[in-house]
Design a protein around this ligand. Structure first.
Ligand code: ATP
Ligand code: LTN
Length: 329
């Protein structure tokens, strides 16, 4: 069975974008792949997080993973810091990455271009830690949203370089981008990605949003004045995004949805999208509350970390040996 690995960085509450672009796919993959998913808490602190908020977000993320259908009997689920090899291999990977490569990472470039202050060294070297996360497990596939593709490509370069320098060590992973829903856009500004760091809060649906609030966000989503229901991503990005959301959640094709609402007003279509979104959120939230109350998170994470470490720790030892980081007695 091929191995698949992905991580999520809960620096805020998980969003519908995370669900459609990532989580939901993990659930579909867990039957056909050996699935490893982890909460990338070390990645979270590349930017300051209030410690209490961070703790809550990490806990919610695990509970939401499970609520969305990830099954700890099928997939390995753990917290990054519970497996120490990540940080250690991350450093070794940083020593095998060139500044020029990190300078090309668009996520970092965008943040510096915006003139963000107090950017940390951790944020800059973050792709090296991400490479370690992936390479420790010899993952064949890495399912991510569009925005993370470049980081997986860098991981491939680092792996190939390491293999050439030190001998065959790592499996070179492939990014896996879902066809529908790889980039869900903000409901209030369809030129931007739906993001948990949305300042106005209007464009982003959180998985734990109150259903009424979620419905309101969909109903007031920004569309256009063209007034025709069709698939025109360029001129009607807001409408396209709504149809894409409904399609991803209902497993219907976007064309099929257009056919049903053709010739009708945007309000009707929005009502349908809101129904689909709220039904999905309700299902997830019910499970989420059951999981939080059942207090099983600690055991699941402990068992997940033990399973993960059994793969990661020997890999790190192999790397250290190859690099020459040991004393000969
Ligand atoms: P944000 O920009 O909201 O902080 P992120 O991409 O930096 O999000 P994560 O929460 O770690 O951080 O994202 C987890 C996964 O969800 C990644 O694979 C990412 O590509 C995917 N993802 C995040 N937002 C969206 C979106 N709007 N549409 C599709 N996929 C998304
Ligand atoms: N960088 C990713 C989260 C992440 C990840 C990973 C994803 C950290 N390590 C390894 C896939 C594989 C993000 O910001 N979404």
């Amino acid at each position: 069975m091929k191995r698949m690995l992905s991580g999520i960085k809960p620096t805020g509450q998980l969003t519908l974008g995370n669900y459609i672009g990532a989580l939901r796919n993990f659930v579909n993959y867990q039957d056909d792949y050996e699935m490893i998913v982890f909460i990338a808490n070390l990645h979270c602190i590349t930017e300051y997080q209030d410690p209490e908020d961070l703790k809550k977000n990490l806990t919610d993320a695990v509970a939401l993973y499970l609520a969305c259908g990830l099954d700890p009997n099928k997939a390995t689920i753990f917290l990054q810091t519970d497996v120490h090899s990540h940080a250690e291999l991350g450093y070794i990977m940083a020593c095998n990455t060139y500044l020029g490569e990190l300078n090309r990472m668009t996520q970092f470039k965008d943040k510096s271009a915006k003139g963000e202050k107090n950017m940390t060294a951790g944020l800059y070297t973050y792709p090296c830690l991400m490479a370690a996360d992936i390479l420790l497990y010899d993952a064949n596939y890495v399912p991510v949203g569009e925005d993370q593709k470049q980081h997986v490509e860098l991981t491939r370069d680092i792996a190939q370089r390491f293999n050439n320098k030190y001998g065959e060590t790592f499996v070179v992973p492939e990014p896996l981008i879902a066809k529908v829903g790889a980039r869900i856009m903000s409901l209030s500004d369809p030129s931007k990605k739906m993001s948990k760091s949305d300042e106005t809060n209007k464009g982003c649906i959180y998985l734990l949003d109150d259903l009424k609030a979620a419905r309101k966000k969909v109903m007031s989503a920004v569309t256009d004045s063209i007034g025709i229901i069709q698939l025109d991503k360029e001129n009607q990005p807001g409408l396209y995004n709504l149809i894409e959301i409904a399609s991803a959640l209902s497993n219907r094709s976007m064309e099929d949805i257009v056919k049903e609402f053709e010739g009708q007003g945007y309000g009707k279509l929005k009502g349908y999208v809101a129904d689909v979104v709220c039904a999905e959120l309700e299902k997830i939230q019910t499970r989420y509350h059951e999981i939080i109350e059942s207090r099983q998170l600690e055991t699941i994470l402990k068992e997940g970390a033990a399973k993960a470490a059994a793969i990661a720790d020997p890999k790190l030892e192999e790397v250290k040996k190859k690099v020459g980081l040991e004393i000969k007695y």
